[in-house]
Design a protein around this ligand. Sequence first.
Ligand code: SF4
Length: 264
Amino acid sequence: MENRLSEFRRRRLPDQDKLARISRELEGAAAEEILDWAADTYGYGLTMSASFGGAEGMVLLDMLWRRGRYARVFTLDTGFLFRETVKFREEVVERYGMDIEVVRPGLSVVDQARQFGDELYNKNPDLCCYIRKVEPQRRALDGYDAWIAGIRRGQTAQRANTPIAGWEDDFDVAKIAPLARWTTEQVQDYVREHDVPTNPLREQGYKSIGCEPCTRKVAEGEDTRAGRWSGQEKTECGLHSRSTWLTRIPAEKSHLLKLEEDEK
Ligand code: SF4
């Protein structure tokens, strides 16, 4: 019955072709207008992710709050976050008075080490990201129709063609990127003008902040994401680019399947 209801609901939402059309129409729209469209279209089926590392997620949280619009907000806690990020997240919850759902991996840090050995993030970061980010994200998006993400086209080569609205096959949801067209300067301007709190590690030279073992400070003039998986080929965790986990970890496929079966 529940499946039939959700099928019925989905039939009334924009399909992939319509999303592509809407995305083109929204190219010239302000981020706030895109958020309004998403809230009006998807209602309680709308969710938003925030990492509390980057300023983009904070900009979107602030916009949502200022406009009094609803989206269920969630964040992934990999178990490897900086202490500062976790503390910052708690401060943000207090400041905005929002419910933010913290989603954790099925496997604890200790169990992961037991199953795959210590420092999987050094030996096979794609697998580590799959276990600690992709799989929890799949659970977090289950049952939702649309996902708002704070990604921008200028961040990485893989994000260069990010549509404002599109269909995300990997997670079976519509994906909305209100800041897709924004530049770093626009993000900074919004933060300054609206007094948006940002992760304190940014003041210490971290320009893109993820898990502690895979993040370093960046030097003046370096790319803002140069501190992520530094020295490795990897540039994406897999939340926004399926190639990361689908094509780069085939040898571990059996472990992944086992992991998914264990969770059923
Ligand atoms: S960013 Fe590093 S520690 Fe975090 S999930 Fe990915 S590989 Fe593991």
